[in-house]
Design a protein. Sequence first.
Length: 249
Amino acid sequence: MKIELRDIHKHYGRIRANQGISITFESGKIHGILGENGAGKSTLMKILSGFTQKTSGEILLDESRVEYRNPADAAMRGIGMLYQEPLDFPVMTILENYLMGQSRGIFLREEAERKKMTSIAGHLRFSLSPYASVQSLTPGERQQLEIVRLLSIGIRVLILDEPTTGISSLQKEILFEALRKLAAEGKTVIMVSHKLEDIEALCEQVTVLRQGAVTGEARRPFNPERLLEMVFGSVPKPPSVFKIQEGNP
């Protein structure tokens, strides 16, 4: 699915979280969103996922202008977001959490849905035991469960907010392999990250935000110093600093 954000503004009183942002996301690509604390990255992605309402601007999906009121509306159009804190219920099993995201009457087809869940997980090399408790999972495994749940409801645009924070190097490797596979299958993947090494390893292109506005875009091969200049306005010293402090805009 091709996505176009046109002149997106988001105001919180006098605070201008997003100021005239325009970005195009192509199908079958992994697109990074980079910026320091307060740059407006998470706000922009929450607008795209229906969690937050824009003040003005347009969202186009496959060249058709759309409006939606909440994440459920966005999901119906194929857009889903994986937040930094997965939306799950730790006291329930993996399968029970998975079923929570499905349509009404789903418990009458539990076995069929269990097979569907394990099929999606296996396709992405995720090891998720249906009857294990979610509270026994690592942060990376909880993340995997949420990705499987989103894909099961027909998500074609997957947004991930700081997905490598708190997960092991092995889980990061599995995650990146899964995201590359999804992109190769035609899905749109958008990754918000403050880690340049992750952008370089995974993304085909990146958009940089600073103070709520786009300061530049780049395609691989990336120039780290140029990206840092886009983020900060100048290259910080020493130039080997690759991590940008992150927080909510």
